[in-house]
Design a protein around this ligand. Structure first.
Ligand code: HEC
Length: 113
């Protein structure tokens, strides 16, 4: 398992690499969202959550096309918490994957209206 102290260090390294890597923030942002959509499907979020843009139809958890508009911190907390019927993804996703899937869910929740 990744030691706890290493996690912030990894976030910094990955963040710096992403910032240095390419183009403007817009390009990074849309790549993050696209990665997040793939992770949403591959990590199995879609088996419990409906998101039209990811073509998932789960109904055990909230439907993100219509549910409450959480902020990024709330989504991130939920990912790590393991509350209600939802398992914790703390040890299943890398920080970068968590950021990507958080951004994807955030954009999904806030896209409408
Ligand atoms: C086994 C089913 C299951 C899986 C898999 C699952 N969830 Fe959930 N999720 C739930 C349930 C049930 C809730 C409601 C939990 C509660 O009682 O607060 C929930 C709640 C949430 C919430 C809070 C929604 C709100 O409006 O309060 C977010 C955000 C979320 N899930 C994201 C994800 C993401 C991202 C993944 C994949 C990495 C995922 N979930 C995987 C079942 C699941």
């Amino acid at each position: 398992m990744t030691p706890r102290w290493l996690i912030p260090a990894l976030v910094v390294v990955v963040g710096a690499a992403a910032a240095a890597g390419c183009g403007g923030r817009g390009a990074d942002q849309s790549r993050l969202v696209a990665d997040g959509r793939r992770i949403f499907v591959s990590a199995g979020c879609g088996s419990c959550h409906t998101v039209a843009s990811a073509n998932t139809h789960g109904s055990i958890g909230p439907n993100f096309d219509t549910s409450e508009q959480l902020d990024r911190a709330q989504i991130h907390t939920q990912l790590n918490a393991g509350v209600g019927g939802m398992p914790s993804f703390r040890d299943r996703l890398t920080p970068r994957q968590e950021d990507a899937v958080t951004e994807f869910v955030f954009q999904t929740l806030h896209r409408r209206r």
